[in-house]
Design a protein around this ligand. Structure first.
Ligand code: ATP
Length: 306
């Protein structure tokens, strides 16, 4: 069995003038949770719909489990659980009937496992789907994706509308899938979720993949918020001159800044000039790391596409 679950080469999709996806080269490894992160309109849905052969790429190609996403899409479907961004369900069917419908399409299902999934997600399968809130409807969509224990779970912003407790359980379920050697492709615009659940993260913006990192590597970029207090007033230029320092704010005897370098280098420079009274540092969350990427990389993308 291949250790690459999803592979894309130069995958590109234009809608007229809109370059929704540009030259995506990506390998998602078997047994990982891959977070596909980007703001609204970044190209996440376009990528997933192309992989699912719902839309044809303008250029490039892709494979899932070694099979071509276009010519072998029928075979691929047997191994995929899919949560689209806009799952269509019959409003007059109950959740149970809906799942029966999907189960019949796939030649049966382990109903004991369906009950377990419903319990874990706190889903009410007795109500008509049309009478459910969007979050509760989403749970039915998640169960239909998980219930056949697929090799690959392809999910487009699956947590939308779920309350925090259910989100946590859902995250645990995704980790279990990966622990079993199955693969999760999770599109999301929620950093905290991806931070908790993903092994690696691809960041997409304006159709371009602008970063591809392990979650731990992303964190080890270790941007820190640093607050320093001094015995006398300080000048921003002293801090700004240290490589890795950014966003310096000075308030009389105090400096607050972001820093992604060796702490010793920063401390030596400032201690040569001022008497340090107190230091407080805090690891930046992924949000800040993400914004930093966006600020720098978005400029590059703008220059390339200008
Ligand atoms: P969201 O979280 O809002 O769904 P996304 O990252 O999934 O965002 P896409 O839906 O893939 O983004 O959209 C990427 C770009 O392609 C956007 O600019 C969008 O307006 C455009 N787009 C998507 N579908 C079409 C279409 N059928 N026709 C024209 N433009 C489209």
């Amino acid at each position: 069995m291949t250790d690459i679950a999803i592979h894309t080469e130069g995958l590109t999709k234009h809608y007229g003038e809109v370059h929704a996806l540009v030259d995506l080269d990506l390998d998602v490894r078997t047994g990982e949770v891959f977070g596909f992160l980007g703001p609204n309109g970044a190209g996440k849905t376009t990528t997933i719909r192309t992989l699912m052969d719902e839309i044809r790429p303008t250029a490039g190609k892709a494979s899932i489990l070694g099979m071509d996403t276009h010519t072998e899409s029928v075979q691929i479907r047997r191994h995929i659980g899919y949560v689209p961004g806009d799952l269509a369900m019959y409003p007059n069917l109950t959740g149970q009937d809906t799942l029966t419908y999907f189960a019949n399409l796939r030649g049966g299902v382990d109903w004991g496992y369906v009950d377990t999934l419903a319990d874990r997600l706190d889903a009410d399968l007795s109500k008509k789907v049309g009478d459910l809130s969007s979050g509760n409807r989403q749970k039915v969509g998640l169960i239909q994706a998980f219930m056949n224990r697929p090799q690959v779970l392809m999910m487009d912003e699956p947590s939308s509308g779920l309350d925090p407790l259910v989100q946590r359980e859902f995250q645990t379920m995704m980790r279990e899938v990966a622990a079993e050697g199955r693969t999760v492709f999770l599109s999301s615009h929620t950093l905290s979720e991806v931070q908790r659940v993903a092994d690696r993260v691809g960041i997409i913006r304006h159709g371009h993949l602008i970063a591809l990192e392990g979650v731990s590597e992303l964190r080890s970029k270790a941007i820190r918020r640093v607050e320093l207090d001094f015995t006398s007033p300080v000048e921003a230029s002293v801090f700004a001159a240290v490589p890795g320092v950014r966003d310096v704010e000075i308030e009389n005897h105090r400096a607050v800044l972001s820093y992604d370098g060796q702490m010793a280098a920063l401390l030596k420079t400032v201690a040569d000039r001022y008497d340090v009274v107190d230091i407080h540092t805090q690891e930046a969350d992924l949000e800040e790391i993400f914004l930093t990427y966006y600020r720098d990389e978005a400029r590059d993308v703008a220059e390339v596409t200008a």
